[in-house]
Design a protein around this ligand. Structure first.
Ligand code: B12
Length: 182
């Protein structure tokens, strides 16, 4: 759904989860971002741009580069335990390829709670809200199509997703799969 707070972000439901927020594994580094693309996408300046943006905000970014194989993304998420996974893609296939990628990540027993977002130029012919919703349904916490979103919304969300649990106000549900906002 599109939220009133972030009208151009298609994000998962705002409804509070019934379950208590879950504490993530202690080895997770909240300030570490794993950045990647999708397997078909050869564009690289989008990745450089997003990396520099996040580094300026103080994140340590591990950029896996373009044409990122799904298996590598899963393995690196498990190995490096990032605070958030950011998928950047602009060739127009993100809408399609992002879905099996999200499902593969969510299927892994150690990645149920990994905050993950996707953004860029996601479709070849624009990006309708129902299309973006499919990426949320597949497992992404938020979707940013560059025809609808600005980078301020993205950086605000990353800050929120990676806030240490101890600093989060009561009722923060960011650790529940499929939920980004309170
Ligand atoms: C350079 C370029 C290439 C180069 C890439 C070289 C390289 N090493 O990167 C080459 C020639 C290889 C190339 C190939 C192709 N390209 Co090209 N390419 C471009 C071009 C001209 C510039 C891209 C660029 O570097 N931009 C600079 C970066 C910094 O900006 P950006 O990519 O727009 O990213 C911004 C946003 O999208 C956003 N963003 C990106 N990721 C994320 C992630 C998050 C989370 C968030 C919040 C925001 C965000 O932030 C960035 C900064 O504002 C664009 C057109 C254009 N003017 O944008 C087409 C473009 C991306 N290419 C396009 C296409 C179709 C192709 C090809 C399929 C062409 C072909 N028929 O072969 C192939 C695909 C190859 C592949 N397998 O992926 C289309 C994609 C269409 C779509 N999505 O609807 C574009 C948009 C051109 C067009 N108007 O049709 N391309």
């Amino acid at each position: 759904m599109r939220t009133a707070e972030h009208p151009s972000i298609v994000s998962s439901t705002d409804e509070p989860s019934k379950s208590a927020p879950k504490r993530r594994h202690s080895s997770i580094d909240e300030r570490r971002v794993l950045l990647c693309s999708i397997a078909s996408d050869a564009h690289s300046w989008n990745l450089v741009y997003v990396q520099l943006l996040l580094e300026e905000l103080g994140y340590q970014v591990n950029n896996l580069g373009p044409c990122t194989p799904e298996a590598l993304i899963v393995d690196e998420c498990v190995r490096t335990r990032p605070g958030v996974l950011v998928v950047s893609t602009v060739n127009g296939h993100g809408m399609i390829e992002g879905q099996p990628l999200a499902r593969a990540l969510r299927r892994h027993p150690r990645l149920h709670h990994l905050p993950m977002v996707i953004g860029g130029k996601l479709g070849v012919d624009g990006a309708s809200a129902p299309m973006l919703q499919r990426l949320i349904d597949a497992g992404f916490d938020a979707v940013f199509d560059d025809s609808r979103t600005d980078l301020v919304e993205f950086t605000e969300l990353v800050n929120r997703l990676t806030r240490p649990v101890a600093d989060a106000p009561p009722g923060n549900h960011r650790l529940t799969p499929g939920t980004t906002s309170r």
